[in-house]
Design a protein around this ligand. Structure first.
Ligand SMILES: [Fe+2]
Length: 181
């Protein structure tokens, strides 16, 4: 069975602090997309939903004169690097399986190539699912970061997603808890 639930990760104070910066609604929507995509590509739904939930927790805000400065963001952003490190720390503190924590952190690190020099990345299936899940919820101008959701609804959706992940793991014998290599 799963060692750690989305519910526990979501309610961690550090997770809450970072998710409120980058957008709780986007994180939850991306997690739901990740479950659908994980089923489609036969990827571990536990890892995919956790990585999608935490994929943007490395975001800073890039304001100049009170306005979001996209050029400043583009030039200086390292949110995937920061997010991978933060997510790994949170997961280890919550006693996540170490192999899972590493796979989740790597998927977060590689969910965008916006901070990397030109070149093609070879993503594994889990990393691809997390990238696609993020893109599935993106809105022009980064508006997905500003969509809101009530605490009550967010908690309910996370609980429901945990149940769905458990169902998939119980009913789909081809989906294992380990990341396919
Ligand atoms: Fe995102």
């Amino acid at each position: 069975m799963r060692k750690l639930l989305l519910y526990d990760i979501f309610h961690n104070p550090q997770t809450q602090k970072y998710l409120k910066r980058s957008g709780v609604a986007h994180a939850i929507a991306a997690s739901y997309h990740a479950l659908t995509l994980a089923r489609k590509y036969n990827v571990n739904p536990d890892l995919a939903t956790k990585a999608a939930l935490l994929h943007d927790i490395g975001h800073y805000t890039w304001y100049r004169n009170g306005e979001w400065d996209y050029d400043l963001y583009k030039a200086n952003d390292i949110h995937a690097i920061k997010g991978a490190e933060r997510a790994h720390k949170i997961l280890i503190e919550l006693d996540e399986d170490r192999e899972s924590a590493k796979a989740i952190a790597l998927a977060i690190l590689l969910h965008t190539d916006s901070y990397l020099p030109e070149g093609a990345l070879q993503l594994d299936p889990l990393q691809q699912v997390v990238k696609l899940a993020d893109e599935a919820d993106e809105e022009p101008g980064g508006m997905h970061h500003y969509r809101t959701i009530s605490n009550e609804r967010a908690c309910l959706m996370i609980k429901k997603l945990d149940e769905k992940v458990n169902e998939v793991l119980l009913t789909d014998p081809t989906t294992t808890l380990k990341q396919p290599s």
